[in-house]
Design a protein around this ligand. Structure first.
Ligand code: 6PG
Length: 247
């Protein structure tokens, strides 16, 4: 399944295009279902996108019908500078008319990441009214993902046993020591791969080789690279990147 790759001249252009696509996807979802489920990514790349959605593009989003989730979270308090919730709150959520009950953040529990993961899975199950341990995961309308130079996405890192998870939708993991905030909560491949749409938003020349590996030989890449294991049931993921990644 070939991924689609869009290369943009700079972060600003990529962020504006991504904002427009999110607005385009929200409209039919709200029209058909009455709501739009958007999974946010952490990291620095989406910050400009979030700011655009919170400011210049704010009026184009049906905020009262948008439901926000997180693809992963650091197991820290919401006001921590490491928090992916705080990243989105400061750039976007604090500025838009989204009802509090539409903000489905990860209930981090510094004393127990495993309990935080269990609690977040219960939150997702409640929202989508899905019961049963073996039930098929729900389909988020759009999942935003970042990419690390090592091929990680969300908090799915190379070699982590969570990559073999087949049942749980949310798991507690420990990021490699090179990363800040080791303890994390992440959506797993089973639920990520049920998404209607997946969009990787990638910036940074250090990721050029990784993107090439994923795009040029997906079958080989998916053996070891977590981002390559994102294979949504319905459509291939879109990679949005910048010229230094020219494939
Ligand atoms: C996180 C993210 C992580 C991120 C990548 C890329 O919690 O940090 O979920 O997967 O998206 O590390 O981060 P940058 O966009 O900052 O390069």
């Amino acid at each position: 399944m070939k991924q689609t790759v869009q290369v943009y001249p700079d972060l600003e252009t990529m962020s504006r295009k991504a904002a427009s696509l999110i607005i385009e996807l929200a409209e039919p979802a709200v029209r058909m279902k009455g709501f739009f489920t958007l999974v946010l990514s952490g990291g620095s790349t989406p910050q400009r996108l979030y700011r655009l959605l919170g400011e210049e593009y704010m009026d184009q989003m049906p905020w009262e019908r948008v439901h926000l989730f997180w693809g992963d979270e650091r197991n820290v308090p919401k006001d921590s500078s490491e928090s992916n919730f705080r990243l989105a709150w400061d750039a976007m959520i604090s500025k838009v008319p989204i009802p509090n009950q539409n903000i489905h953040s990860v209930p981090t529990k510094p004393e127990s990441p495993a309990a935080a993961a269990t609690s977040y899975e219960a939150c997702i199950r409640d929202f989508f009214h899905v019961k049963g341990e073996d039930a098929r995961p729900p389909a988020f309308d759009l999942v935003l993902l970042g990419l690390g130079a090592d091929g990680h996405t969300a908090s799915l890192f190379p070699g982590d046993p969570v990559l073999s998870e087949k049942k749980r939708w949310v798991s507690a993991v420990h990021a490699p020591s090179a990363y800040k905030t080791g303890e994390r909560i992440t959506l797993t491949l089973p639920i990520l791969n049920c998404a209607e749409e997946v969009m990787f938003i990638v910036s940074g020349v250090e990721k050029k080789g990784m993107i090439k590996n994923i795009i040029n030989d997906p079958a080989q890449a998916r053996k070891k690279i977590p981002a390559a294991m994102i294979i949504p049931r319905k459509k291939s993921p879109g990679f949005w990147t910048q010229p230094q990644h020219r494939i």
